[in-house]
Every structure is written in structure tokens, then in C-alpha cells.
Design a protein around this ligand. Structure first.
Ligand SMILES: NC(=O)c1ccc[n+]([C@@H]2O[C@H](COP(=O)([O-])OP(=O)(O)OC[C@H]3O[C@@H](n4cnc5c(N)ncnc54)[C@H](O)[C@@H]3O)[C@@H](O)[C@H]2O)c1
Length: 257
């Protein structure tokens, strides 16, 4: 175990953190004085090292660990948490951010599409919640777990059959985990973004289609990764102890619970 640096608020793990929302959350939590464990797929090894350099350059006081791993593989998620604890001594925050999207209608969606989204977005979140919770319970000091749902976890959409199925599942998992873990001082919440400007979104829609997302939104715009990381930054604070089991819409006012 490396020695604790000064002013650390604890140790935060963020999955899928080389780009987009996960990258934004890792940077934000480092700025909030958490030591950071960043994770992504083996194919993103170089990008992950770049993110480590970026965090170290901006926040030299912070410790940063990179752990390659696929959240659909149970042993990888266990290994991610074991590495964090071995290196930094504890796990205080786990953000199960990794996700993929297959924007196809019901009749176009293949079994492979369905199984791959289910594997990353639901099974990966299940492993993340389960093993993060086991570690936090063993430490006996509470903790904060945050997952990634979506506007598509609040409302179906004709062109995204498989995504809502998985994002509704993340809401269910988040509620169950919150009920089970509340007595251990562990809160479990999820963010439900609308259209956020990330590589995932640019891979899905032509820039001309952004106008449709802007029209749907009450504030007339797309969101940024900072919008999501600001929410996560608050959810992991001690002050947020009374918020749990929630899947919080952060979509510029498209869906109202
Ligand atoms: N961008 C949006 O508009 C939007 C909207 C709603 C929900 N979300 C959700 O927010 C999360 C982040 O989205 P984003 O836009 O930043 O996506 P992104 O595609 O830009 O980044 C996702 C990251 O997760 C990683 N990843 C994918 N599969 C993985 C696996 N099996 N194991 C480990 N890492 C893996 C990718 O390599 C990538 O770095 C996702 O769960 C997504 O479903 C995003």
C-alpha cells in the first residue's frame, strides 16, 4: 500500500473513464481531493495513461491508479476493487459509469445487440454495485455508490429498444441496493442524463440531429460532462447522506418524474 497523501477525502473508482462522462467525473473527483482509480478496456490502455497524466498534471497532490478491465467480467471487477484497496488502502466511492449504446428499433435489434448492452450496462453495474458494497461493508465506514442510467431509463423511445430495457434495470438495481445497504451507511444513486456531448453521442447522431435534442430540452441545449460530474460530486459528499435509491434526471428538463 502506498502512503496516504495529504488532504485526501478517500478513494474513488470510476469505470469507463478514458473519455466522456467517466473522464469528466474522474477529473472532478480528483479536484474534490479524492485519490482516483481509473478503469477502461484493454484496448484503451494508452488513453487511460493519458488521463492519468492529465490528472497528475492538474492535481499533483492526488494519487492515480490505472486498472485495465472489462466490467462484464466478474473477475475484472473484483480485481479492480482489490487493486484499489491494495494500492490506496480503502474504497470510499465507486462510480459504475461504463456503458455502451446500440440505437436500434425493436425489430432491428439483434440478439448480439441485446446481449452486449445487457452485459455492459446491467451485468457490469451489478458486479460493480455488488463488489463495491462488499468492500465498503467490510470497511464499516459507509460509502457512496453511483451508477449510470439515462433519460432512456425513464421513458421508452422507438429508436432505442434495448437501451431503455437496460437503463430501467439500472434504476431497479439502484433502488434495491439502496434499500439493502442503507443500514451500512452506504448510499446508492444513479444519474439519468439526457443528451450529453460525449464521444458516445457523436457516434450516435449527426450534428444536425442535435437540434432535435435541443428542442426537446426545456433549456434549449445539450448537456456537458461537467453537468454530470457536478451532480456526482455532490452525491458522494457526507451532506448527501439522505439521498439514496434515486435515479436523478439531468437532462435540461425533458423528463419530469
Ligand atoms: N452521452 C450521453 O448522452 C448519455 C446519455 C445517457 C446515458 N449515458 C450513459 O453514461 C455513461 C457514460 O456515457 P458516455 O457518453 O461518456 O459514453 P462514452 O462511449 O463516451 O464512454 C464510455 C466509456 O466506457 C468504456 N467502456 C465500454 N465498455 C466497457 C467495459 N465493458 N468495461 C470497461 N469500460 C467500458 C468505453 O471504452 C468508454 O471509455 C454510459 O453508461 C452511458 O450509457 C450517456
Amino acid at each position: 500500500m502506498t502512503s496516504m497523501k495529504s488532504n485526501s477525502k478517500g478513494v474513488a473508482v470510476v469505470t469507463g473513464s478514458t473519455q466522456g462522462i467517466g473522464h469528466g467525473i474522474a477529473i472532478r473527483l480528483a479536484g474534490d481531493s479524492y485519490d482516483i482509480v481509473i478503469n477502461d478496456l484493454e484496448s484503451k490502455k494508452d488513453n487511460l495513461e493519458e488521463v492519468k497524466k492529465e490528472i497528475t498534471a492538474n492535481f499533483p497532490e492526488r494519487r492515480v491508479l490505472t486498472v485495465l478491465g472489462d466490467v462484464t467480467i466478474e473477475e475484472d471487477v473484483k480485481g479492480l476493487i482489490e487493486s484499489a484497496v491494495k494500492e490506496f488502502g480503502s474504497l470510499n466511492v465507486f462510480v459504475a459509469n461504463a456503458g455502451i449504446c446500440k440505437p436500434r428499433s425493436l425489430i432491428e435489434t439483434t440478439s448480439n445487440d441485446f446481449e452486449s448492452v445487457l452485459a455492459v450496462n446491467v451485468k457490469g453495474t451489478f458486479y460493480s454495485y455488488k463488489y463495491a458494497a462488499q468492500q465498503m461493508i467490510a470497511q464499516g465506514e459507509g460509502g457512496r455508490i453511483v451508477g449510470a442510467s439515462s433519460l432512456a431509463g425513464k421513458k421508452g423511445r422507438s429508436t432505442y429498444a434495448v437501451i431503455p430495457s437496460c437503463m430501467f434495470a439500472v434504476r431497479g438495481l439502484t433502488q434495491c441496493a439502496a434499500i439493502e445497504l442503507g443500514c451500512n451507511g452506504i448510499t446508492v444513486n444513479a444519474y439519468a442524463p439526457g443528451a450529453i456531448q460525449t464521444p458516445m453521442l457523436t457516434g450516435l447522431v449527426e450534428s444536425a440531429d442535435y437540434d432535435e435534442f435541443k428542442r426537446l430540452s426545456s433549456v434549449g441545449d445539450l448537456g456537458t460532462t461537467q453537468d454530470i460530474s457536478s451532480l456526482v460530486s455532490f452525491l458522494v459528499t457526507p451532506e448527501a447522506h439522505f439521498i439514496t435509491g434515486q435515479t436523478i434526471s439531468i437532462d435540461g428538463g425533458i423528463f419530469f418524474d
